[in-house]
Design a protein. Structure first.
Length: 617
């Protein structure tokens, strides 16, 4: 029996569906039953619709037509209308083609999955019907590209002034209190995200483990128009999506798979695959045609089923709940007729996708996170210093430096990083070794070296590896500030014992692990507190879900040099110094050693949110 089709939304992108339905109808594959549209039809739409009924109420239209089991409803309307219209189609018992993004919230998606039991739901991710995508997925799955080092997506499009006035929801995050999420990542370049996740085989809602976002805007809009997303899938694959709607030169988006043997470029809007310089072109099946093929032969898989949009919805939810996009400094914007261009954005977007780095890590001058933290190796060659990579200088968004380096009292202290005072008796912190009954005496200083991308080897003085570390340093904008997240996973190469002076008997000195050396400050203007109390004695050596640092005297110098930091994450006791010097740490071995067998792991994750001025408790 030929399926009957009702289309909700005959303007905008819905016009393409209307034309496709007419073509499929000419092939005898479907019958257009009616159209739901709230605005008057133009001449082309009237011609395509013919004498079929048009109604602004989808439920009434479907009821009048008697549509139900075996029929198809297509919803191609603004995102904030998707959920109620999708419910109307599913409640009638029909199958559903739903334009992307499927729903405005993750909760709505979960509800729609439950509601659609027994019916088919296909999402309008056009790119997933490309046979170029299927070919690339086969190459990745069979190992033809080698080990997949990451996936990068770059998009440089431009939208003029009219784009943001075409509808009340354009460029909005919400409309009348309802989520819209009409940003560059979740609307124009949603296909790039969905395709990258599909190629990695990471489409489930729990397949995305880590998401970093830089949401920026060049215009007076709510949503992002220039953004960078980096995520890590459960497979361990890093995906970076760098996009803009303010390009200097408009180009089609490209997805790059970085393999150890070969590099593949997918031009997903053109269904082109470039492999080792050879340009291959493929056909593609639309979501509607693929649904029809599946109805005729269930062995034909749906290319974009609703359940397969879970990972994408996890990303959309992160964008929806993220702080508002940050305005780009007007100094980097250029008016180009009815467009706005961002200086240098094309090069930056390409570089981010090629190197799998964020805008902040590339020190892009118009990124709000550029310059807030410099990560690198210690170049100083000082006595008793163990060179190791750390963050310094670290600044607030207002430019106040919050880290110190090689202070006179402890020259081996440097910025924010990881330092281990005693691993099998080897000092990987710097300074002297603590020996019970003798105090601090000269001892063996170890070495730290890179052993791979984001990997370090912690070695004894002869270079033998004691521990290996996988390290991840992230930066993200939060409301009124920015947040650093530091994650280190230590893996024992042999039997190791991690000690501290505290675990060897020196009371209150269990330092070792993540450590932040503050700049030299007047202790009178430094206040530390946690849920346990206020002051060094109340917080040092005690566990707490968070610890706050407030620096400055707002009464004497309001705003200038005054800042707040909130540290959270570790379950280890806090190491805190305010009087002798200013330092905060997460103590791995506060009063007892940590013993690791070969292959044993110990993870340290610390988050620090930095704010200018004094934040209320």
């Amino acid at each position: 029996m030929t399926p009957r089709v009702v289309l909700a939304g005959a303007a905008g992108y819905g016009r393409l569906y209307l034309r496709e339905i007419a073509a499929l109808e000419a092939e005898g594959l479907v019958r257009l039953a009616g159209v739901c549209e709230v605005n008057p039809l133009d001449a082309e739409a009237r011609r395509l619709v013919g004498d079929r009924p048009v109604d602004a109420d989808l439920t009434r239209l479907m009821g009048d037509l008697g549509l139900g089991e075996g029929d198809i409803g297509i919803v191609s309307t603004p995102l904030h209308t998707h959920v109620p219209l999708a419910h109307h189609v599913l409640d009638a018992g029909a199958h559903l083609v739903l334009e992307k993004p499927p729903t405005p919230t993750l909760a709505d998606w979960h509800d729609l999955v439950d509601r659609s039991a027994g019916r088919l739901v296909q999402i309008g991710f056009q790119s997933l019907g490309s046979h170029a995508v299927h070919r690339l997925a086969d190459l990745m799955r069979t190992g033809a590209l080698g080990e997949i080092r990451g996936i990068g997506v770059r998009g440089t499009w431009s939208r003029d002034d009219a784009y943001y006035t075409r509808a009340p929801w354009a460029g909005r995050r919400t409309l009348d209190g309802a989520p819209v999420v009409d940003g560059a990542l979740t609307n124009p370049f949603a296909h790039g995200i969905a395709t990258a996740l599909a190629l990695d085989g990471s489409t489930g809602v729990d397949d995305v483990e880590d998401i970093e976002l830089e949401l920026l805007r060049s215009r007076d809009i709510e949503a992002d128009d220039t953004s960078c997303l980096r995520l890590r899938t459960r497979n361990g694959t890093v995906v970076v999506v760098a996009v803009t709607l303010c390009a200097e030169v408009v180009r089609e988006p490209v997805l790059v798979v970085h393999g150890s043997r070969a590099r593949a470029e997918l031009h997903y809007t053109r269904h082109r695959l470039v492999l080792d310089g050879i340009d291959e072109r493929y056909r593609h099946d639309t979501p509607l045609r693929n649904l029809l093929d599946h109805l005729r032969d269930p062995a034909v898989p749906l290319h974009a089923p609703l359940a397969g949009a879970g990972a994408f919805m996890r990303v959309l939810e992160a964008v929806r709940t993220a702080p508002d996009p940050v305005p780009i400094d007007p100094a980097w914007l250029r008016r180009n007729g009815n467009r706005v261009d961002v200086d240098g954005v094309d090069h930056v977007v390409t570089k981010a996708s090629e190197h799998l780095r964020t805008f902040a890590e590339l020190d892009v001058p118009w990124s709000p996170l550029a310059g807030v933290a410099r990560y690198g190796w210690d170049t100083a060659r000082l006595p008793l210093v163990v060179p190791r990579p750390a963050l310094h200088p670290v600044r607030t968004l207002g430019g106040v430096v919050v880290t110190g380096e090689h202070p006179e009292d402890h020259p081996w202290h440097r910025g924010i990083g990881l330092a281990l005072p005693d691993v099998n008796g080897v000092n990987l912190w710097g300074g002297r070794n603590y020996v019970p009954g003798e105090g601090y005496v000269p001892g063996e200083l170890g070495r730290v070296r890179e052993s791979g991308p984001d990997e370090l080897a912690w070695c004894d003085s002869a270079g033998a590896v004691l521990l290996r570390e996988r390290r991840r340093v992230r930066r993200r904008v939060v409301t009124d500030g920015w947040e650093l997240e530091w994650t280190s996973v230590l893996t024992a190469e042999r039997d190791v014992v991690l000690h501290s002076p505290g675990s060897k008997g020196r009371a209150g000195a269990g330092y070792g692990g993540w450590f932040w050396r503050l700049p030299d400050l007047d202790p009178a203007y430094v206040r530390v507190f946690s849920p346990n109390g206020v002051g060094e004695e109340e917080v040092n050596g005690r566990t707490a879900p968070w610890l706050a640092v407030v620096v400055g005297d707002p009464e004497r110098a309001p705003g200038k040099g005054t800042w707040t930091a909130v540290v959270s994450g570790p379950t280890d006791p806090w190491f805190v110094r305010v009087g002798q010097y200013q330092g905060i740490g997460s103590a791995l071995a506060w009063d007892a050693p940590v013993v690791l067998e070969p292959g044993g792991e110990r993870e340290v994750t610390v988050r620090v949110a930095f704010y200018d001025g004094v934040r209320p408790p």
